[in-house]
Design a protein around this ligand. Structure first.
Ligand code: F6P
Length: 535
């Protein structure tokens, strides 16, 4: 369905075109209960979306649009494990990874179905044993030394999700069970930084790759193998590596021993895989109980998304507010500001979750879309962001909706710092809303105001609330993908660049033929070689 051709969309456009249709402050004047009526909660988690120009009529029209897109049917099909990833003929059943073993979630296969909840629980049990063996020293490096550091080698979803969680649960704490490092980029500088100061004898290396074919990860895995073999001998490799993948054949070829291999199925998308064995670095670093709490938090959001009516459903509401901003008001960007240093990598993870999922221009029917889909997502922790790009959000020419994210209680003993952090989050949202007119003769001090934001607030940032928060965004993406009529679970857009890189690589070797390229690329290749003295 083209959402913009539906009657509900015409109504939304008409509502936005009213004289005050894009203003927010008059809505509070007209309704003193607005803040409560345009908020929704799940336990201690609140989503306040009242700082938007959505009124009752617009909200009803957004629900009508969701109904027209058969959002209910889509949710049912998603949780039934139907192949909602239509271009790859796969289910998107990451929810099974965090479901209880007896939840009964199944995932469609080309011929039959997987008992997804059971399979996930079985692999979780293996992971748990492995983690316990590492922590107790039953499993050691080749020399018998205990592992003290784990390096996660992976890219995209095999890096960002595990990294944001591990960082969020370790920053500022002293109770990590192992030191975690991450190697994603195929860049010798990144490799050198990843191994800097480490004792290979005490280092466990996880090769995280759903496909086990990603060029960067395979090159980094080979380099890590060389590092271990060089220091401890080839026979040590088996002790120091584990693999997290769906491609068990390729893993076997790499030479990783079967009890160090943790698998999952292709009904888990890369950017939804931190809950799978790809997240193994998390329990190794913070302990199994926290990993389980993370899964429980995400599952709480799954159940809420599956069962709550649209008016109370946080992912549905967050998704629809985004549709209002992107498609009705024409906003091209979305900012995420977590007022929490521990969430400093959250925007990077959400960039992949949102932009790889919904950055699409072809609809499910194969036709070009004539309406916008995913906005550009960016963010930084608050308050740091206030001293860099927030200038544009307050005074730029275009409105950029912001999600403010905040835990009410910190886990440090500087309450005054947390109050200052929270005061800034609230004040930024208030400034965006209220604005201020410029004093006479100083037009540059004009704050237009009427700029939208959501506030997402919860009691405390811990493994449970973090799992719930990330799952909130995952399902928001699914809601929007459903309304936009696109496949949120494929990622064909990354293929062409990968293919061309494989073609360019040989041309960068000394003496190699330059190959056939456009004039700019050919000149850049020649320039690169000249600067290296390899022309
Ligand atoms: O290139 C994009 C991508 O396929 C992502 O979707 C994925 O998260 C990442 O590469 C890494 O893939 P893999 O886990 O298969 O190495």
């Amino acid at each position: 369905m083209n959402p913009t051709r539906h009657a509900a969309f015409a109504q939304l456009s008409a509502l936005a075109a009213r004289p005050n249709g894009r203003r927010i402050t008059p809505l509070y004047d007209a309704d003193p209960t607005r803040a409560a009526r345009f908020s929704a909660t799940l336990d201690d988690l609140t989503l306040d979306y009242s700082k938007s120009s959505i009124d009752d009529a617009a909200r009803d029209a957004l629900f009508a649009l969701a109904e027209a897109a058969d959002l209910d049917g889509f949710r049912r099909r998603l949780f039934a494990g139907e192949p909602v990833n239509v271009t790859e003929h796969r289910a998107a059943m990451h929810m099974a990874l965090r479901s209880p073993a007896d939840a009964g979630l199944r995932a469609a296969l080309p011929n039959g179905t997987d008992d997804a909840s059971t399979l996930a629980a079985q692999e979780r049990a293996r992971m748990r044993d492995f983690v316990a063996a590492v922590h107790t020293g039953r499993k050691t490096g080749a020399t018998g030394d205990h592992f003290t550091t784990v390096i996660n080698v992976g890219m995209g979803g095999s890096d960002l999700g595990p990294r944001v969680v591990t960082e969020a649960l370790t920053i500022g704490r002293t109770d990590a069970l192992m030191q975690a490092r991450f190697l994603a980029n195929v860049d010798g500088h990144a490799f050198n930084a990843a191994i800097k100061g480490l004792d290979p004898a005490r280092t466990l290396i996880l090769i995280a790759s759903k496909t086990f074919t990603t060029l960067e990860t395979m090159m980094n895995a080979a380099a890590m193998r060389g590092w271990i073999a060089g220091a401890l001998g080839e026979a040590a490799v088996g002790h120091h590596f584990a693999a997290l993948s769906t491609n068990l054949k390729a893993v076997a070829a790499f030479g990783i021993q079967p009890e160090h291999v943790f698998g999952f199925r292709d009904w888990v998308g890369g950017r939804y895989s931190l809950w799978s064995p790809v997240g193994l670095v998390i329990p190794l670093t913070v302990g199994w109980d926290k990993f389980q709490a993370l899964l429980d938090g995400a599952w709480a959001m799954d159940v809420h998304f599956r069962d709550a009516p649209p008016r109370e459903n946080l992912p549905v509401l967050l998704g629809l507010v985004g549709i209002w901003h992107v498609n009705v008001l024409g906003c091209a960007a979305q900012c995420v500001l977590a007022y929490d240093e521990r969430l400093r990598r959250l925007p990077a993870h959400l960039q992949q979750v949102e932009m790889e999922s919904n950055g699409k221009h072809i609809g499910l029917d194969g036709a070009y879309l004539d309406y916008d889909t995913c906005p550009v997502l960016f963010g930084e922790p608050g308050t740091s962001a206030q001293h860099s790009f927030m200038q544009m959000i307050h005074q730029g020419t275009r409105a950029v909706p912001v999600d403010f994210i905040l835990a009410a209680n910190p886990d440090h003993d500087r309450p005054e710092a947390h109050r200052a952090l929270a005061a800034n989050a609230f004040a930024q949202a208030e400034a965006l809303l209220r604005g201020r007119s410029a004093p006479a003769g100083e037009p540059y001090r004009d704050f237009p105001g009427e700029r939208p934001s959501n506030t997402i607030m919860f009691r405390r940032l811990d493994a449970f609330s973090l799992g719930r928060l990330i799952a909130l965004y995952e399902h928001k993406v699914a809601v929007q993908g459903c309304i936009w009529g696109i496949d949120s679970f494929d990622q064909w857009g990354v293929e062409l660049g990968k293919e061309l890189a494989a073609g360019v690589l040989p041309a960068l070797s000394p003496g190699a033929a330059p190959g056939a390229h456009d004039a700019s690329t050919a000149a850049l290749i020649a320039g690169f070689r000249a600067l290296r003295g390899e022309a």
